[in-house]
Design a protein around this ligand. Structure first.
Ligand SMILES: Cc1cc2nc3c(=O)[nH]c(=O)nc-3n(C[C@H](O)[C@H](O)[C@H](O)COP(=O)(O)OP(=O)(O)OC[C@H]3O[C@@H](n4cnc5c(N)ncnc54)[C@H](O)[C@@H]3O)c2cc1C
Ligand SMILES: *[C@@H]1O[C@H](CO)[C@@H](O)[C@H](O)[C@H]1NC(C)=O
Ligand SMILES: *[C@@H]1O[C@H](CO)[C@@H](O)[C@H](O)[C@H]1NC(C)=O
Length: 551
């Protein structure tokens, strides 16, 4: 009998979960409450309660090769950092290519997910749905994948802002923000310096009289445009950088902050946070420094109180005649349809083994996909979680005992709380590549780079020193894709293609110096390959790992 899987939500996580089920021969039924796929990336003219929302100008902060699905490279002509409409277009292409749409029931909301009475023996779930006309229906599924996103509840703690009830201007949460219309010539205070707050402050500052950007903690600001104009995340996210970061953590943190301060002194600009670069997701914003130097945006500390039309800050400074306040104070999550027992916590995080499986279940037949946060795009993370979940459902991968999972979870949580700035609303952050690798290990698709250096050095060099793009998790093992090697070797082509709209003629080339560089880089890479692994020093000693063949 084919296993039936309920997939809840048809955003990035839901689509890739449907695909993962199909790849493993499971039968997915996806329930999506809205009238279309896309989730967050489907722009809504009017905010829809209970759903994520984006403003008109959102451009994704990850570049296209980093946010690709692992067996579906984005078309070469798409820009590197896509507008939200292009992200949706890419999702539609993915859904079409793998025939996912026929498994989706639109305008169907999941209202409850409960274990059947004989769950201990069958692992089955009763899933109750409600269609648009209010019809309720309950069906039994062998497994459930929860893909409902986590930026759903606007968080606006008004009690933290004394006097707000007397404020004479207009105020709203960034969830309501669409564009700067109606804010021409106004004096605006934006509270909060997450990616939303930064974007909105910059955009409003083009039409407003003045924008004041208030931040309690400050932030590290990085650009989409990196060295040489190439996508910064593509250059920064490599296994080589990870290795260096592990060998010399404080040194690499210092070098990075130095590098960022060279572009813009964060202290001078009033942005410098107390936390180190890696403790929190940075602000991705190419325009903020420019808006500050031109005086259109002014940085301010935390708000102390509101008084009439004035805003008082904790340093005692006062801004008068404020017309509008935008609270970019973030979001919270909720899973209203899940049993409370499955929403137990461990520290700030939900009690989920590797952020996917509730350990207490008698049978591991429910997985949460996409409830994750790392310094990188969500697609590869959600996709790997879904691939793992599908294999666990099918019995091809097994979980440790509940006790072992709980122990690991608790250990994990302590480390996470030490390293990252977590809180109730930002309960998770993971190290991007190591987290992907750890799930890839479970699925059996982690690339064996030392072995590749012996068999396919050109590819190995790309995996080690090049961007850590998701195609490398399709080179071997279950779900292997014949096009993966080619996708890796041609990734820079797809990066360069959208720039070729005015081709500048090549000057005469000098091939000899290039060959020299290749020799040096290969040598250095081979050296690094000796240090590659979880504990660089111990693996230096265990050189035999070099000669381990792939399973
Ligand atoms: C402003 C903003 C910018 C962002 N920018 C980036 C970025 O640049 N890069 C990046 O990687 N990430 C970014 N993110 C993170 C973003 O959450 C992910 O990119 C991605 O959208 C997550 O996909 P998802 O499928 O998990 O969730 P969503 O996209 O939120 O999709 C969830 C889907 O589930 C449906 N649903 C919910 N409840 C139910 C129910 N009970 N029954 C049926 N259907 C239901 C919803 O209608 C929705 O379609 C951004 C987030 C925000 C808020
Ligand atoms: C956010 O949501 C979670 C789960 O619903 C809840 O436990 C937590 O208290 C909420 N936090 C805030 C600040 O509202
Ligand atoms: C991109 O922006 C979203 C929304 O603010 C955020 O959740 C995500 O972490 C950001 N990604 C990176 C790589 O900074």
């Amino acid at each position: 009998m084919v296993m039936k899987v309920a997939v809840i939500g048809a955003g990035i996580s839901g689509l890739t979960s449907i695909k993962a089920c199909l790849d493993e021969g499971l039968e997915p039924t996806c329930f999506e409450s809205s009238h279309d796929i896309g989730g967050l990336w489907r722009f809504k003219e009017k905010p829809e309660p209970g759903r994520t929302n984006i403003y008109q100008s959102v451009v994704i902060n990850s570049s296209k090769e980093m946010m690709a699905f692992s067996d579906f490279p984005p078309p070469a002509e798409l820009p590197n950092n896509m507008h939200h409409s292009e992200v949706l277009q890419y999702m539609r292409l993915y859904a079409q290519a793998f025939k996912l749409l026929q498994h989706i029931q639109l305008q169907t909301t999941v209202v409850s997910v409960r274990q059947t009475l004989d769950y201990a023996s069958t692992g089955q779930w009763e899933v109750e749905t409600e269609s648009r006309d209010g019809q309720r229906e309950t069906r039994v599924f062998d497994a459930v994948m929860v893909c409902t996103g986590h930026f759903t509840q606007p968080h606006l703690p008004l009690k933290d802002f004394p006097g707000i009830e007397s404020f004479e201007g207009r105020y709203f949460h960034s969830w309501h923000y669409r564009n700067s219309e109606g804010l021409q010539g106004k004096r605006v205070v934006v509270v909060g310096i997450g990616n939303c707050g930064g974007d909105i402050a910059v955009e409003i500052s083009r039409v407003a009289e003045k924008v004041y950007l208030s931040s309690r903690s400050g932030a590290w600001v990085v650009s989409r445009v990196g060295q040489g104009g190439l996508p910064a995340d593509l250059i920064g996210t490599s296994r080589m950088n990870l290795m260096i970061g592990r060998l010399l953590p404080s040194w690499s943190n210092m070098m990075l902050e130095k590098h960022l301060n060279k572009a813009m002194d964060h202290k001078l600009y009033g942005l410098k946070p107390k936390h180190g670069f890696f403790a929190q997701i940075p602000l991705v914003n190419d325009d903020l420094p420019n808006r500050i130097i031109s005086g259109r945006v002014q940085m301010k500390p935390n708000v102390k109180e509101f008084c009439g039309s004035s805003v008082v800050f904790v340093d005692g400074s006062v801004i008068d005649k404020v017309d509008v306040v935008v609270f970019a104070t973030g979001y919270n999550y909720s899973f209203p349809f899940l049993p409370a027992a499955l929403q137990a916590k461990c520290g700030y995080r939900l009690r989920l083994y590797k952020h996917v499986f509730p350990p207490a279940l008698k049978q591991p037949m429910l997985a949460v996909v996409g409830f994750i946060h790392g310094l990188g795009a969500v697609n590869p993370l959600a996709e790997m979680q879904a691939r793992w979940a599908a294999r666990v459902f099918k019995g091809l991968a097994t979980l440790p005992s509940e006790e072992t999972m709980m122990k690991e979870l608790e250990k994990d949580t302590v480390i996470m709380h030490q390293r990252f700035a977590c809180s109730n609303r930002n309960p998770i952050q993971v190290d991007y590549i190591p987290y992907l690798d750890s799930l890839a290990e479970e699925v059996g698709v982690r690339p064996n780079i030392p072995w590749l250096f012996l068999t396919d050095p050109r590819l190995a060099l790309q995996l080690l020193t090049g961007p850590c793009t998701p195609y490398q998790y399709r080179l071997t093992g279950p779900g292997k894709w014949a096009g993966a090697r080619e996708a890796i070797l041609t990734q820079w082509e797809r990066v360069l293609q959208p720039f070729r709209t005015r081709v500048v003629p090549e000057p005469e080339s000098r091939p000899s110096s290039r060959r020299g560089i290749i020799v040096i880089v290969s040598g250095a890479a081979l050296l690094c390959c000796f240090c590659y692994n979880k504990h660089p020093l111990s693996s230096l000693l265990s050189l035999q790992s070099l000669f381990k063949s792939p399973q």
